[in-house]
Design a protein around this ligand. Sequence first.
Ligand SMILES: C[S@@+](CC[C@H](N)C(=O)[O-])C[C@H]1O[C@@H](n2cnc3c(N)ncnc32)[C@H](O)[C@@H]1O
Length: 253
Amino acid sequence: MGKSTKDQRDHFYRQGKQEGYRARSAFKLLHLDEQYALFGRPGHSLGAHIVNQERGAPLPSDAASRLCAVLGEKLGRSVYASLARDAHPPGYVIDLCAAPGSWSQVLSRQLKSSGACIVAVDLQAMAPLEGVAQVVGDITTEETCVAVQQAFQRAQSTAYTQPADLIVCDGAPDVTGLQLVDEFLHAQLMASAVSMVVRLLRKDGTFVAKVFAEPHTPSTDMLLAQLRRLFRHVELAKPPSSRASSAEHFVRV
Ligand SMILES: C[S@@+](CC[C@H](N)C(=O)[O-])C[C@H]1O[C@@H](n2cnc3c(N)ncnc32)[C@H](O)[C@@H]1O
């Protein structure tokens, strides 16, 4: 392992301890939020106008038509839709493969003030977290998928069940050391996460998942192509807190 990678690992490890996170992976989600505004950017000027408009406040100018005038109808609408999405904090969130819970801690801390409803799922039970409902189960089984759906419904105070705005998955199977077996097990996990996303994520909601895939390889291109058949925008990211020596990347749809 190179010196800079080791230093970086130590830095995030120490910072995680100082900030009370259960794992250094917390920073991966925080960095993905910096890149994609996963938790909303209500302070963003255009985003704030859009939120105000949706709340009925007068908009000083018509942001959507101005964007269309500059960028053309199709791109303008698409940029407007993504700014509108990024302006809102997600209200309904599912954290798949959540233990020991540092991503759930990030979600709980970042979204506490907006009163988000958060459900965390893992094979292992984790220490309780304020504002996070837990399901212990295997996400590759139908039984757990139903249990997540039920917990998600119970965690919502309204009669009408909202679909999720954001689903995150940092799942990793126990490593066997046999590359083909490990890749197969991770692909199973990803397929199960995607099948939950198809059932529980709202249209234009956000899904973020860890994948072990180097960019521009045939297997990564195939994975991204498969995801693009289901989701409009699919991107591959490598947050600075993810070790450079690891094939770990994150897909965001
Ligand atoms: C890297 S850890 C997740 C770390 C977590 N995001 C955090 O920040 O604390 C991977 C997790 O995936 C979970 N996992 C692996 N296979 C699973 C499965 N089939 N169903 C549910 N959870 C699973 C493991 O139990 C483990 O807790």
